[in-house]
Write a protein that binds this ligand. Structure first.
Ligand code: SAH
Ligand code: SF4
Ligand code: F3S
Length: 440
């Protein structure tokens, strides 16, 4: 038997790309590829890319440039670009960087085996179609390979919201939900392979409306089905849109034991004028009322968010409204970004905010968010929490896991195994993690 070919995948962007990279590795496994951790000994390199901000897209070209030497040494090396840059820029990638052999958009991964064969025969191949079929159903799975205790599972993909700044509706296409039975089968398979916690993924995950036995199901109904899967201990989902936060999902946060008390619910800005120009179709007030209802169902829930500062025409007063909203909501974690112009999106044509001003606002917002994050993390000290252990720590006998609220927790002299869910008393709060001791 010939030696297996080696595949190096580098993943950028959101969790959905992480999930997709796993699926691509599995499907190319069927073509005789095994994964390698370095590009140096690879027969095929795949960059799974992100187009959300300009910097993310530019990184891809600088990374590709670095493979020149490798390709010169090894002319048979195949280089592919997958993900959202592939979808957005298509053929332009091969024009800008001729060493690229293959460009594949996020909806065409199931065609990778054919594409790989063509690339192997010396052809340049490109596929950025939006086919009708469920690509995940067509992708090959690795039979029962053991895996770590946490996994992502894509249940919904694409977006119909068209926020004025965002490329996702163009790169991922229209919103599509996978049928519930396929998701359940995949979840059961993951649990058999050692998974204890599943994070359901979608660009608009709470808009999930996949086919079920009695018509379309909501995300909450899907979560209740997953709740019945023996051996699955924790369920999470991300990312949600405020307008799709249905009553049954809010209620599930109060009643479903496996659903974790953590919700990523981006608001983007606190000024109604800016929200309107962003095409977010919610107001600051409606968002705050929504958070109140969620906290009424689950008082200890940790709220996470995304923010954009320096959106076109944002004034200092508008920015103050964002700070006010943050003060009111109190976030446990948050991601904040300076607005980045994306060609082809409506906001790209509008009057841009002075970049220095935007930098200054970003710093002020991040200072406030960091303070809140710190307070929420520190408030865990003294509490007894569930921790799912994921890996060994840096010190002998130390284990690291995640709490229900997704904080990293270190435990010294720990007899827990990877994959154990144990009760832990939190004793201190450090720079980016908590320390605790096992209760039992
Ligand atoms: N579907 C999710 C998030 C998608 S992208 C949602 O609706 O919230 C992740 C985050 O990137 C967004 O929430 C937004 O804060 C940020 N983002 C998207 N486009 C951006 C742009 N053009 N400039 C800066 N940040 C952006
Ligand atoms: Fe982008 Fe808005 Fe869709 Fe989120 S809801 S993916 S920010 S268009
Ligand atoms: Fe980036 Fe595409 Fe995800 S643009 S954030 S990789 S959906």
């Amino acid at each position: 038997m010939s030696a297996p070919k080696k595949l190096y995948i580098k993943t950028y962007g959101c969790q959905m790309n992480v999930y997709d990279s796993e699926r691509m590795a599995e499907t190319l496994g069927g073509q005789g590829y095994v994964e390698t951790k370095t590009p140096d000994d690879a027969d095929m390199i795949l960059l799974n890319t992100c187009h959300i901000r300009e910097k993310a897209a530019e990184k891809v070209y600088s990374e590709l440039g670095r493979f020149k030497g490798l390709k010169a040494e090894k002319p048979d090396l195949k280089i592919g670009v997958a993900g959202c840059v592939a979808q957005a820029e298509g053929e332009e990638i091969m024009r800008r960087q001729p060493l690229v052999d293959l460009v594949v958009g996020p909806q065409s991964y199931h065609r990778l085996p054919e594409m790989e064969a063509k690339a192997g025969a010396g052809e340049k191949v490109l596929d950025t179609d939006f086919p009708e079929e469920d690509k995940f159903e067509k992708l090959k799975r690795r039979p029962k390979a053991k895996r770590g205790p946490t996994a992502f599972l894509t249940v919904q993909e694409g977006c119909d919201k068209f926020c004025a700044f965002c490329v996702v509706p163009y790169t991922r296409g229209a919103e599509v939900s996978r049928p519930a039975d396929r998701i359940l089968r995949e979840a059961e398979d993951l649990v058999e392979r050692g998974v204890r916690e599943i994070t359901l993924l979608g660009q608009n995950v709470n808009a999930y409306h996949g086919a079920g036995p009695n018509g379309d199901m909501t995300l909450a109904q899907l979560i209740w089905e997953l709740d019945k899967v023996d051996g699955l201990e924790r369920i999470r989902f991300t990312t949600s849109h405020p307008n799709d936060m249905m009553d049954d999902l809010i209620e599930a946060h109060g009643t479903c034991g496996k659903l974790m008390p953590y919700l990523h619910l981006p608001v983007q800005a606190g000024s109604d004028k800016i929200l309107k120009r962003m095409n977010r179709s919610h107001t600051a007030e409606s968002y705050i009322r929504l958070i109140e209802r969620i906290r009424a169902a689950r008082p200890d829930i940790l709220i996470s968010g995304d923010f954009i500062v320096g959106f076109p025409e944002e004034t200092e007063e508008d920015f103050q409204a964002t700070l006010d909203l943050v003060e009111e909501v109190k976030y446990g974690t948050a991601y904040s970004f300076k607005y980045s112009t994306r060609p082809g999106t409506p906001a790209a044509e509008r009057a841009q905010v002075d970049p220095k001003e935007a930098d200054d606002r970003l710093q002020r917002l991040q200072a406030l968010l960091t303070r809140q994050q710190r307070e929420v993390q520190d408030s865990m000290v003294g509490r007894e929490l569930g921790v799912l252990f994921e890996k060994k720590g840096r010190f002998p006998g130390q284990m690291v896991g995640k709490s229900d609220y997704l904080h990293a927790v270190h435990v010294a002299d720990c007899d827990a195994e990877i994959g154990d869910l144990r009760r832990v008393r939190i004793v201190s709060s450090g720079a980016n993690s908590l320390a605790g001791e096992l209760i039992t």
